[in-house]
Ligand binder design. Structure first.
Ligand code: MLT
Length: 273
């Protein structure tokens, strides 16, 4: 039973209790979820990669089973939590950091602050630039809405931005899983990271300095971080790889796990991991 190799661990990290699913053994692969989700978005990747890797899939501060801190949680705070978590877990080898969307915003901070701990980057459906003024205002409105009315006020409405039409029609369990993850999230946790994203730094002129193996993955129908944005980033990062998955949206790893896993597998093999 493959699940026997998976365990949910709990560590004290920077003043909170953080939980993570750990599976398998081998070179460490860190999977960092998007907003406002949890490690559960990565289940198809955990199942696939646990045969050759130590897969670490945490719930970020304020999400899933991890403790919440209210106010604002910056992308740098999330990166510091992840670095501390790896230390607590005695993971000494540099990791492959795979982040989706907000997980990608956190990846830039991890690269900036903990480059020694990083072997390679996999960036799924994300961007390097900061928000426009309108973007910031929308985030603050959403944070306010969730604090007043709970995650149910945003869950169903988010689906068309998260997955493609095709996935909505052909894979209804994905919408159900996403809605369940969003509604299981805590309002304070959602608002705190939403404010953190609104305040995030602009990395668009820094990513050209990345000198480690990097893979960009995007769904062809991603409305939030569309292919042209990901392709432009890929052209900025020397030697990086770019992979576009047809007919899927922002949640490419959930919507097209076989294609995404195969591509990550090629990338890991070709970057000597
Ligand atoms: C995500 O994790 O899906 C992103 O946070 C989307 C966003 O920028 O709000």
């Amino acid at each position: 039973d493959r699940n026997m190799h998976q365990k949910l661990v709990e560590q004290n990290v920077n003043g909170i209790r953080m939980r993570a699913l750990i599976a398998g053994s081998g070179p460490p692969l860190l999977l960092v979820h998007g907003f406002p989700l949890s490690h559960k978005m990565w289940l198809p990747q955990i199942e696939y990669f646990q045969s050759r890797h130590t897969v670490i899939a945490p719930d970020l501060r304020g999400f899933g089973e991890s403790d919440i801190s209210s106010g604002i949680v910056t992308m740098e705070q999330h990166a510091r939590d992840l670095n501390s978590l790896l230390k607590e877990l005695n993971i000494e080898d540099p990791v492959v950091f795979c982040g989706l969307s907000m997980g990608g915003y956190i990846a830039w901070e991890f690269w900036k602050h903990f480059a020694d701990q990083l072997h390679a980057l996999i960036l799924c459906d994300t961007r390097a630039d900061a928000d426009s003024e309108e973007g910031v205002n929308n985030r603050l409105k959403m944070a306010d809405l969730v604090l007043r009315h709970g995650p149910e006020a945003i869950s169903t409405a988010m689906i068309p931005n998260l997955i493609s039409e095709s996935s909505q029609q052909k894979q209804p369990h994905i919408s159900e899983n996403l809605i369940a993850m969003i509604e299981a999230a805590d309002s304070e946790g959602i608002a705190a990271s939403q404010k953190g994203m609104a305040a995030r730094s602009d990395y668009s002129n820094q990513i050209e300095n990345i000198r480690i193996p990097t893979l960009f993955i995007v769904g062809s129908d991603d409305r939030l971080t569309p292919p042209e944005i990901m392709l432009r980033m890929s052209s900025q990062v020397p030697g990086s790889k770019y992979f576009e998955v047809g007919k899927v949206g922002h949640m490419a790893p959930m919507e097209a796990p076989e294609a995404v896993n195969r591509e990550i597998d090629h990338f890991l093999t070709s970057s000597n991991f």
